[in-house]
Write a protein of this length. Structure first.
Length: 207
């Protein structure tokens, strides 16, 4: 198999969902279906570094988080399906999932999310990112909130600069301050921080 082809496993309780998502993966260029299963343990045993797992398990939040931990311990990048950033999705992100895809996502969005994760980025569906804001554990400015939201949507530094009408240098300065606040340089960790601390704003923004 070409090194450019990424192996993807579909892990879920619902046979119809597994079948539908599997068809999307099989028909996509650069992706190869590794397996479909309802068992995270089976997926963890079959996957390895660089592989991707799409997970939709209707289990208690702690069980879902543990499944994510087992997969990520194998070097697998995990995307979980969610209806909202609820008590299931947030623990999954804390456990290492690279993102959340809405169960209402279409084929194009799903493939975009998979490819972003394959490149080491993170992804959160827009309808999942819009939620009430609570006070975060550390001070984040309004501009930093905007940048965190765009990072969660997979935007590059250049795209963020264009959307917000600022220079890339200014974007880099904001990112440096954010990274100092959370103690990590990785964009995936910035996204997890934004989600788990409820700081992605519900206020609308315009491109």
């Amino acid at each position: 198999m070409s090194a450019d082809v990424r192996r993807v496993a579909v892990v879920g309780d619902c046979p119809l969902l597994r079948k539908g998502v599997a068809h999307v993966v099989e028909d996509a260029e650069g992706l190869a279906l590794a397996l479909t299963t309802r068992s995270a343990d089976e997926a963890a045993g079959a996957l390895g570094p660089g592989d991707i797992a799409l997970v939709d398990l209707q289990v208690p939040a702690a069980c879902l988080a543990e499944s994510v931990r087992r997969l990520t311990a194998r070097g697998v990048s995990v995307l979980v399906f969610a209806s909202g950033l609820d008590h299931h999705a947030v623990p999954a992100m804390r456990a290492g999932a690279r993102g959340c895809v809405s169960r209402h996502a279409d084929e194009r969005e799903l493939l975009a999310a998979i490819r972003l994760v394959a490149e080491g980025c993170s992804y959160v569906s827009a309808d999942l990112a819009v939620r009430p804001v609570t006070e975060p554990s550390c001070r984040v400015t309004d501009r930093e909130r905007q940048i965190l939201e765009l990072i969660a949507h997979g935007e590059t530094d250049h795209d963020i600069a264009v959307r917000l009408g600022i220079s890339e240098h200014t974007v880099h300065s904001h990112l440096d301050r954010l990274r100092d606040k959370i103690g990590s340089r990785r964009r995936a960790d910035l996204t997890r921080f934004a989600i788990t601390h409820d700081i992605i704003p519900a206020a609308s923004w315009q491109g």
